[in-house]
Design a protein around this ligand. Structure first.
Ligand code: GLA
Length: 377
């Protein structure tokens, strides 16, 4: 990937010295659709990410080349300069959100590429935002602290892409650390690293390769449901609600909002239970909670799809310890906690059964928990 980027950078912008930055995609062991509800998430950065070569160019414009799409874009740094191409809007958004913090950035040239599968629920967009947020902060010595860099990425999604996402993806991408998952309390923003190397188990993602066209509007609709339910219960976040409180407002909210809130309130406890279980090396409990999350996301939160449900059922049949849809949902991957001794058999059987049912094989990504945003050169 680095060679491709170097070549493209030299071709478009010449050979003068430049810097190389990277940031990562993420997995999330458990705690889904909890971040914007002020609850907990439990993600980690992965060994797939985005890499960007970058150099100040002495103009007031950004000149950017996407090596993967083989597309070039050029844009200014004022609000009215927004580029049309979606990939360039991510970079533009990061620039704008940094400027809104009262910081000064200048024009730059960049060529970048990534290896996070798009639309697979591994946060390729957060990797892109975090790479540029980190790079600009470092290159222009802006002194923005790391959490704020994650917020720059999140606000880019809100203001320039139209997804009202929570903080999880950008947080994991910036704060990721090799070998550790991070439990983030999305209300207090306190976080804790948990070394994660379960003996005798592997983590693997199975990608359905299904992409939901309307995923972003459906995501925003889920978020609105949660806000409706929280409001009806008189709390700021569903974090502060209980099942009893939810029962109390059942007649006052829509059946749909009720189901959404029911899932979210349950998910808070599941994350805490998983962290406790990990402390005891109790992977059976970890896995059981993952399945509970899957079916909550499928039946109550309704962000699964037939392909993901098929994989969850197959995983259970094959004796996989834990399996669930990962990330926002509406397609993408399942995350699987699998005992070493059944790993190969599971991959072969699940892939073959999936292909027979849906006409294409799922993609298989073993998970390596890795470092997040950093300068490479
Ligand atoms: C997407 C969002 C995150 C989070 C997850 C679901 O990845 O970007 O903020 O809400 O969905 O857990």
């Amino acid at each position: 990937m680095k060679e491709k980027i170097n070549k493209a950078f030299a071709e478009h912008f010449g050979e003068a010295p430049s810097r190389l930055y990277t940031s990562a995609g993420r997995i999330n062991l458990i705690g889904e659709h909890t971040d914007y509800n002020g609850e907990f998430v439990f993600p980690g950065a992965i060994d797939k990410g985005m890499v960007a070569r970058i150099r100040e160019n002495g103009y007031d414009k950004v000149r950017a080349y996407s090596v993967d799409l083989q597309e070039y874009a050029e844009f200014g740094l004022n609000e009215e300069d927004a580029p049309k191409a979606q990939w360039a809007r991510y970079i533009f958004g990061v620039c704008r959100e940094i400027i809104k913090l009262g910081k000064t950035i200048k024009g730059f040239d960049t060529a970048f590429a990534g290896d996070v599968p798009l639309g697979a629920g591994m946060s390729s967009s957060a990797a892109l935002e975090s790479t540029f947020a980190f790079a600009l902060n470092d290159m222009f010595s802006l002194g923005i602290e790391k959490f704020q860099l994650a917020i720059v990425g999140q606000m880019t999604e809100h203001h320039y892409i139209g997804v009202n996402c929570g903080i999880m993806d950008q947080f994991a991408s910036i704060f990721g650390r090799k070998g550790s998952l991070i439990r983030l309390d999305c209300r207090s923003l306190e976080y804790e690293y948990f070394p994660f190397n379960p003996k005798g188990y592997k983590l693997v993602l199975l990608d359905t390769v299904v992409k939901h066209e309307l995923a972003s509007s459906a995501y925003n609709a889920r978020r609105r449901s949660c806000e409706n339910a929280a409001k009806a219960m008189g709390v700021e976040f569903l974090r502060d609600a209980t099942f009893e409180m939810l029962e109390g407002v059942k007649d006052k909210i829509s059946a749909e909002d009720y189901k959404r809130a029911y899932y979210v309130i349950g998910e808070k406890q599941r994350v805490l239970d998983v962290c406790d279980a990990l402390g005891r090396d109790d992977y059976e409990t970890v896995g059981a909670k993952m399945y509970e999350t899957h079916w909550g996301m499928s039946k109550d939160y309704e962000v699964s799809c037939p392909e993901l449900d098929f994989l969850a059922i197959k995983a259970k049949e094959c004796g996989v310890t834990g399996c669930r849809v990962m990330g926002g949902g509406f397609g993408g991957c399942t995350i699987n906690l699998v005992k070493n001794e059944i790993y190969d058999k599971f991959i072969v059987e699940a892939s073959a059964a999936f292909e027979k049912q849906f006409g294409h094989a799922p993609k298989v990504y073993p998970v390596v928990i890795s470092d997040g945003a950093r300068r490479l050169e």
